[in-house]
Ligand binder design. Sequence first.
Ligand SMILES: [Zn+2]
Length: 478
Amino acid sequence: MILADGAREDVFRALLAEGKLPHIQNEIVKPGAYAKGVTVFPSTTGPAYFPFLTGFHPGTLNVPGIRWFDKAAYANAAKKMVKFRSYVGIETFLINSDMEKMPTVFDLLPQSFSIFNSVCRGAGRRNLTKIMRIWYWYYAHLTDRWEFLDQEALAKTLKAIEKDFRFLFVVFPGIDEYSHLAHPHHDKTIDHYRFLDDAVGKIVSQLKEKGEWDDTLFWIVSDHGLSATQSHFCVNTFMEKRGLPPFYYPKVFHRNGKKVANMVSGNGMTHLYFKNGHDWGAPTTREDINQIDPTLIEDLIQEAAIDIVAIRNSEGGVDIVSKRGEAKLKLLDDKVAYSPSPLEPVLSEVEGGEGRGEGKDPFGYKNISGLLSEKEILDKTIDTDYPDAPWQLAQIFKASRTGDIVLSATPGYDLRLKYEVPEHKGSHGSIHREHMMTPVATNAPLPQKYLRTVDIFPTMLQLMGKTKSVPSDGILLL
Ligand SMILES: [Zn+2]
């Protein structure tokens, strides 16, 4: 399984159609399939690797972002527990101990190997780039030589498949990194897609030489899309100006007088956690937040940078608010109760609050409401701007480490003004189509034209002959 970090579904599909990915087209897609994949929310490196390696949503594993805050742990001064986390930099590997203890692919498949991947619990010595990964990244970051990392990913893959291997997961980071530094359609970014295609050609021919190609199941996947960023919006400053000073990375040692924690992921989404009176411990609902700051939600929505605001409500569900309207959702076993508000949109005068009569759905959906199965949600929303959003939001709010409010940025904006060197020109993390859609190419003949990336894990294990079913959030595709 190759994870082309940050590969966009539409770009990948267009390059395939133009014949610019000939190895992938002829060796993988032709005998197999190409499908549109919906990643998990937040659409960010690390948590969005979970589907491929565990079959679970970030919400199920209680790792709801690359940064998070644990309100209950923070409130409990006596207990030595992890109270907040950022996987950016040196803490990257702690993701493995923070995840709920479900088995990973490395636990389930003995001879399985991991290259340039931080989600590797159970891999032990089969993680072929253990500490090295950080230094490679650091080097590439300083020198801007991401080609070198993709070349290393290929070299290590060719070496690993010489072994008696059962499963190999390798990350090619070039597309993601160049998309952040330049933008997702930049020539240099496209060069990395073509490098990937050459790499696939080399891997396939080596497997053919070994006589193993006919027995090899191959996947090329991605963890998120990416969109060009024109404007940065600082949630910290916004909160500070309202008398709600935030606790945030990297300034986590400044804790006195903080009333909010702000934990950004992929720069396109963030979790906000509120201190409720004197207490950080309990979740803070929309009703509580209205007590703390009566116009906060409305003022957030007024901001061009803020697309979707999702808030815990007192009914055990989630309120979703956008410039278009409002909805309530609640996860009920394997279904989601979804009800767009029959009331006028919160901002009835906002332009673009299209067709007031029916345009009250926060995602702009038409005629989607009621008790919906996970399949119905995917089928009805796949071609909208917010594929799978009710299902994805229901999943992330399962996590106790999810914020009281989750913000998703408008494409073109990110939610982090400072502390990003060099400046990011591409972002992901949001629940918008631009970030949620990913390519899935496989030499297995999948009938689906679209799927969730969590479905790949159980399907892959089945195709590899693991007949004993393993728990996962996904469904079998075959
Ligand atoms: Zn990524």
